[in-house]
Design a protein. Sequence first.
Length: 428
Amino acid sequence: MLDIRILRQDLDAVVTALARRGFDFERERFEQLEARRKELQVRTQELQSERNTRSKAIGQAKARGEDIAPLKAAVGQLGEELKAREQELQQLQSELEDLLLQVPNLPHTHVPVGPDETANVEIRRVGEPAMPDFPPRDHVDLGLPGGWLDFEAAARMAGSRFVVMRGEMARLQRALIQFMLDLHTREHGYQEVYVPYLVNPGALLGTGQLPKFDADLFTVVSEQGFRLIPTAEVPVTNLVAQQILDAGDLPLKMVAHTPCFRSEAGSYGRDVRGLIRQHQFEKVELVQIVRPDASETALEALLADAEAVLKALELPYRVMLLSTGDMGFSATRTYDIEVWLPGQQAYREISSCSSFSDFQARRLQARYRPGPGAKPELVHTLNGSGLAVGRTLVALLENGQQADGSIVIPERLRPYVGGTERLVPPSE
RNA sequence: GGAGAAGUGGCAGAGCGGUUGAAUGCACCGGUCUUGAAAACCGGCGACGGGGCGACCCGUCCGAGGGUUCGAAUCCCUCCUUCUCCGCCA
């Protein structure tokens, strides 16, 4: 959520900045609501003040043993109007709030302006795509032997966009998760956290998935209105909701492995084949809670932490700075990491690292105290995949494949799979 | 699932329906004292919002939401959370 005060002070700048990301701010409506709010709020507070004064007078009169009946009668009409104004004001403020909750974050000034992903800017490439002397297969083919990756079995019980993994493949995914968590906790200073996979609507409002993107989520029929988390970002970032942290607690760096659930509404026909776009997938997520003046450097560091996984796994990738048109709702700046997939002969997103400035913090009421006795201020939040595990598995299969269909395991991962150097397809 | 108890400021913990944003203690900030520190003493110290150029003024908030009342932290209702006991259970 944007700070309503900057909307009041410099509406032009906000409207312009939002236009850069293709968002048409309802300027007229806002100005009308805001004018009305001001008028109403002043009036309401006058009435409240009047009521308080009179009630005190009644209390004093009563203490002196005077007759308070006439005083009470005089407050009658006041109460009527007050009640009406209070309700109007409440109504108006929730309208204003609803409007504000629909408005995305302001893009950082360094973000390239453009309509969609075609305007993204490549920052760097790391690693060389291998040039095998055989036609590379994609992970769906490579996963066939022994039912390593069994999409048909999953489809029978759950439908499309699910997978069953067996044997070595299931273990490889588990190893990847373990490896990533170890790397981030031991070498990058993150604290591992375990969090709920079902959250209430308030948590999703805090990070920005609600109210606008409910269609992307799976809702569990329940009194509490539970949704399955689409990313660990939601529960992990919500760890600081409603908190006033000590300056000394920052930065807070947390890592969590969770399954993620996405309805993928509106993506019919896209990536229907294989592991790329599933309703359920595993992800290791990095979250940082930092002081506002530290968020620029924190984003670069977070990105480096995610890149470290790809480097360790010897996977070629490139880093993209997303354009205004391709960024998520809550982000002010986002880098995507795209891994090379020989089976597709393309770079595909495997991590997304974003800074949210104070946008999520304001919704979450996540604050810190800059110094002893100082006023609380909103923190800045950041997060990034480190990495999407399913897609990492894809990259590992496709980049590690040999002519005979076996898969070479990167050295750093071998301790996690009992020293196995390569996966050999089981013969029928 | 059943029965009971409780939710007050950063923490602990008072609070008869009436000048209570809320006693007191701790913590924290400023000062006195001290070579320095500690102790002691004095003073200050919640959050959020609105109005005003400003000194300031005003409003809201005692788990959340409703209600009663001229007036609610105090009374009533609903919900949430925590604790204790019973039952069940991975």
